[in-house]
Structure formats: structure tokens, C-alpha cells
Design a protein around this ligand. Structure first.
Ligand code: C5P
Length: 397
């Protein structure tokens, strides 16, 4: 089954309506397509389905109390609100919708909805008369204006014997609609592999050869690609950066480690972004003990490391390959040569050795070259440049 919700974290709110019995099936189906699900239940929901059932199907403890000190210690309500990529309330009763519109925070679920930066989706489920009531309709209008998604309701037979609009959409339909909400990004469904940071080539157990790469550009690209809907894997040399959320990060040290990790992950990748400043050489012999300062001079013999990006570009089933060219002189000529020699689809050329852009700074400027064109990006934050590059790459695929 296609993992359309891989890495997506969904907070499922269950409120007190008879359709709550379908919420367990909904959790199972969300997980089948890759989502991680945590469940929040209102008091009334527990009249229809047990927390134990929801815990069993979600694989996570159920949250139901704003003032439970133990639950708050494990994952507090604000943390939970931040954790979610989406808050999905299914079923959403007329009462819950009214409280949401009113901005109330009188239970855990409404509080989470107020606190979360995530997208909110409600799947109404109620008697057809309650749904048609102008009070409910006004509330639903208010939700539309507040950019809350309203999925359904469906029409048909109701548990109370009525026939009309008010049935919760079936779980399979809800999952499809949830996937569509996430699938708006430019790289939706694409698999992206990124290398970032420097590598370290050990001389002895405590000394190494490395470079000044901070990893900031590669990490910013990982976030931008993830936000554009891609499934992102980041192979990172030693850096001092927080791991981006929803990105699979593999830590490596040397160029050879990085090469092995990349080759392990490259299958089925659509895009390879080689941002790492990989050491071109490693020490031919790594001393087993710390080297003593006995002689006036010390000769360390180096040998070539694999050129990771060039090896990826040689693969039979190769992804779209983007290299980076950090140059101190003849920027464009050197970048073009690199693109041709390494058989890259695109190269991002940037000047290094300046104080305020490039390697360790927060800003960057670049010229991007591809077979038939080029584009200049004036100095901007690495985050912004990352988003612009993602947009450009998406337009070339
Ligand atoms: O040849 P140069 O190191 O300047 O090329 C830079 C590009 O090649 C970058 O995309 C870098 O990530 C990649 N590279 C690599 N493996 C190496 C050296 C560079 O993937 N051993």
C-alpha cells in the first residue's frame, strides 16, 4: 500500500456521537498509509467507544484529560498541539463544532485546537435536523472562514432512523481526503536524499582533517523538501544542528561512511542533493595510537576518497542529481566544468571564502546552472534560498 502519509503525525479527536465506533477503523487505515496517530477523546466519546480500543489500534496511550498530571508529564497538551501535523476530529458533533467556533477551551480537545499551529479538519456527524439547523450551518460557515477543513457529512440512513445529511464520511473516504490535504506540496510523493555537513578523516584516534562546513544549507534543504511534501532522508556529517523533524537522519563521520550510507539509501530516490563538503582525501594510514610530536616535520600521506555525487550520477537508475560547487575563484567556469565532469543535472555554485555568505554563515547567494539555463539567487537566508531551490528543482522534474 502506498505510504502517502509517511512521517505525518495526526492527532485524531473523537467526540461523542454514534459514528465514534468507526474511529477505530479510521485509525487503522491512517496507520496503514504510514501516519502516526495519537487519539484524544472527549468525555462523551467514551460513552460510545473505549479508550482501550483506541489505544490498541493507535499503539499510543489515549489522551482525555486536560488536568491529568501524569499525562501532562509524559506529553503535555501544548507539546501535543505542536506534535500534530494535522488535528482531525472525526466524528465531530454539533456541540463540538459550536465550541470550536466559540473559541472555547473547556476540555483537552478544544484546548488543543486553539493551541495547535497545525491544519484542523472536522468530519461532522449528527442527526440530519441538527445538521440543517441554521445555528449549525452558521457555525460551519465560520469554520470555512477560519480555514478549518470540513469533510462531509454524507447523506443516507441515520442511526436514529432519519434519512438525510449528517452521516460521518466512511474512514476510507476520510483517509483519501486527508492525503489530499498533504499532497499540495511541489514535491509530494517524491523521495529525496540529501548529504550535508563536513566529513572527518581521522589521522589518529583524536585528530582529523575536516573543513568549515556547518551543514546549515543541507539541513535547510531537508526542511524545505519535507515541507514541499517529499519523503526526505538526510545523511549528515558531524554538525551542531538540531535534527529536522519528519526527516530520517543518518549520522556519519567519514567520506567512506557517507558513501556507504548514500548507496544504501539511493534506491527509489527521485532526487539526490549533494550538499556535503566531502573531504577529497583521507589518511592512507590511520595511527592506532595518538601521534607523538617527536620529529620536526610530519608527513601524512593521503589517498582519494570516492566522489559520492559522481558515483550516484553513474548509476543505471539514477535520480535527478544536484551538486554544489563551493569555489573561491572562477565560480561559473569551475561550476560548469564540475557539472560536465560529474554528469550532474544541476549545479548550485556559490562563492566561499567571504565573510557573510557561504560555508558557516546564515546567508547564502548562488548561481544555479543546468544543461540549458541558469538562474541567479541574490543573498538571502539559507532557509529562503532552500525553498527557492526546491521550487526550481520541482519545476525541472
Ligand atoms: O569536486 P568538488 O568537491 O568541488 O565538488 C563538489 C560537489 O561534489 C558537491 O556537491 C559535493 O557534495 C560533491 N562531492 C562528493 N564527494 C566527494 C567530493 C565532492 O559527493 N568526494
Amino acid at each position: 500500500m502506498e505510504q502517502r502519509l509517511l512521517n505525518k503525525q495526526i492527532l485524531l479527536g473523537v467526540t461523542g456521537g454514534i459514528a465514534a465506533y468507526k474511529s477505530a477503523d479510521l485509525v487503522r487505515r491512517l496507520r496503514e498509509v504510514g501516519a502516526e496517530v495519537r487519539v484524544v477523546m472527549t468525555e462523551k466519546a467514551k460513552e460510545f467507544i473505549t479508550p482501550l480500543t483506541m489505544q490498541a489500534v493507535s499503539g499510543n496511550p489515549v489522551h482525555d484529560d486536560l488536568f491529568d498530571v501524569h499525562a501532562e508529564a509524559a506529553m503535555g497538551h501544548i507539546e501535543l498541539a505542536r506534535w500534530a501535523d494535522m488535528v482531525l476530529v472525526a466524528p465531530a458533533t454539533a456541540d463540538f463544532i459550536a465550541r470550536l467556533v466559540g473559541g472555547e477551551a473547556n476540555d483537552l480537545l478544544t484546548t488543543l485546537c486553539l493551541a495547535t499551529p497545525a491544519v484542523i479538519v472536522v468530519a461532522p456527524a449528527m442527526n440530519q435536523g441538527m445538521w440543517k439547523n441554521t445555528l449549525t450551518q452558521d457555525n460551519v460557515q465560520a469554520l470555512h472562514q477560519k480555514k478549518v477543513h470540513v469533510f462531509g457529512p454524507a447523506e443516507g440512513n441515520q442511526a436514529c432512523g432519519d434519512v438525510g445529511p449528517g452521516r460521518m464520511l466512511e474512514p476510507t473516504e476520510l483517509v483519501t481526503r486527508v492525503c489530499d490535504v498533504f499532497a499540495t506540496g511541489r514535491l509530494a510523493g517524491r523521495r529525496v536524499l540529501i548529504t550535508a555537513g563536513p566529513t572527518r578523516e581521522m589521522m589518529d584516534p583524536v585528530r582529523y582533517i575536516s573543513n568549515a562546513s556547518s551543514g546549515k544549507m543541507g539541513y535547510a534543504l531537508a526542511v524545505a523538501a519535507q515541507e514541499a511534501g517529499a519523503v526526505v532522508t538526510l545523511v549528515s556529517g558531524p554538525v551542531h544542528l538540531a535534527k529536522p523533524s519528519h526527516v530520517k537522519t543518518i549520522d556519519v563521520v567519514s567520506a567512506e561512511d557517507m558513501f556507504a550510507a548514500v548507496m544504501h539509501e539511493i534506491e527509489n530516490c527521485d532526487i539526490f542533493l549533494s550538499v556535503a563538503a566531502v573531504a577529497d582525501y583521507r589518511c592512507k594510514k590511520v595511527a592506532t595510537q595518538k601521534i607523538k610530536k617527536e620529529s620536526e616535520t610530519l608527513l601524512v600521506e593521503l589517498e582519494r576518497n570516492p566522489d559520492i555525487v559522481a558515483e550516484v550520477a553513474k548509476l543505471k537508475k539514477k535520480p535527478y542529481v544536484i551538486g554544489f560547487a563551493a569555489e573561491t575563484e572562477n565560480l561559473l567556469v569551475n561550476a560548469k566544468t564540475k557539472m560536465q565532469q560529474k554528469k550532474l543535472d544541476m549545479v548550485v555554485a556559490n562563492q566561499v571564502g567571504q565573510a557573510d555568505v557561504g560555508f558557516d554563515s546564515d546567508d547564502n547567494a548562488a548561481t544555479v546552472l543546468w544543461d540549458v539555463g541558469q538562474k541567479e539567487f541574490a543573498r538571502m537566508s539559507k532557509q529562503k534560498l532552500a525553498r527557492e531551490l526546491v521550487e526550481l528543482i520541482a519545476s525541472k522534474l
